[in-house]
Design a protein around this ligand. Structure first.
Ligand SMILES: [Zn+2]
Length: 280
């Protein structure tokens, strides 16, 4: 499996950058019946391997220069992760060349690569762009009003975003850059965002955590997990987004589908499936 896959979709180049992988746990499924169904589906899909989530970020080749969608974990998680910087270097694009970083949401497996282990900015010339709903939730609220799980990550947020003060841009629904638009896909976090990229052909829909585990959430989108701050809303979003990208034949660029995470969501009459793009 190559880690870097440049693809051309219409007039847009997109390259998947594999940061690494992390283990998911079915203990994160609160409903016992859901959990039982999940155990069956994961076993069907090959057992433990189906419980591993790849962590993909994406580079877009835009008319105004290269941009990233998410930046991996940096040094904020374990040693199987944090490879985005090396992957980026392999493409020949320098960190200083990155002008825009679109974030799907404010979780460390998506923003950790903004800084090095000492908290220095890795992208000296990049503007960070995120949905205003996501920014308001993490950056504007008094810490004591946040759910405990969210509050626990505030020191990491400060470490990653502090060095970018003055170059964080909040956008409204539909905002971003010409041809790249934010679309709220809430539930995982309140402002979790899909970035919709116009290509002249089918759009690219880049999402973070609409699907955590393909072997579970494609056959059974209704499975709530407590990875999501609001599991009920996350289920609604997952169903809606899967149906939408399936019917529209959009190219999905997904953080946690198997690397390189680029492909179509198809309906086989019983369940959704992920059909990766052919190698570019
Ligand atoms: Zn994630």
């Amino acid at each position: 499996m190559p880690n870097i896959r440049p693809q051309r979709i219409g007039r847009i180049g997109i390259t998947s950058l594999l940061d690494g992988d992390l283990d998911a746990s079915l203990d994160k499924i609160p409903d016992p019946a859901d959990r039982e169904a999940a155990i069956r589906l994961i076993a069907e899909a090959g057992g433990d391997k189906a419980l591993t989530m790849d962590c993909n970020a994406f580079m877009l080749d835009l008319p105004g220069g290269p941009a990233l969608i998410d930046v991996g974990t940096g040094s904020m998680m374990h040693a199987r992760l944090g490879h985005l910087h090396a992957r980026l270097a392999e493409t020949g694009v320098a960190h200083a060349d990155i002008r825009t970083i679109f974030l799907t949401h404010v979780h460390k497996d998506h923003f950790g690569g903004l800084v090095d282990a000492d908290g220095r900015a890795m992208f000296p010339n990049a503007e960070i762009v995120l949905h205003e709903v996501e920014a308001a939730f993490w950056f504007d609220r008094a810490p004591e009003t946040l759910p405990e799980r969210a509050r626990a990550t505030l020191p990491l947020n400060a470490k990653a975003f502090g060095p970018y003060a003055g170059r964080i841009r909040r956008v409204k629904e539909g905002g971003g850059l010409p041809g790249v638009a934010a679309r709220l896909a809430p539930g995982h976090t309140p402002g979790h965002t899909a970035w919709i990229v116009e290509t002249g052909e089918a759009p690219i829909v880049a999402w973070g955590d609409v699907v955590h585990l393909a072997a579970l959430h494609l056959p059974r989108p209704e499975t709530a997990m407590i990875y999501d701050l609001d599991p009920h809303t996350a289920v609604k979003t997952r169903r809606h987004m899967l149906q939408w990208v399936c019917e529209s034949r959009a190219v999905v660029a997904a953080s946690h589908l198997d690397a390189p995470g680029l492909g179509h969501i198809e309906w086989d009459g019983e369940r959704y499936r992920f059909a990766p793009l052919a190698a570019g």
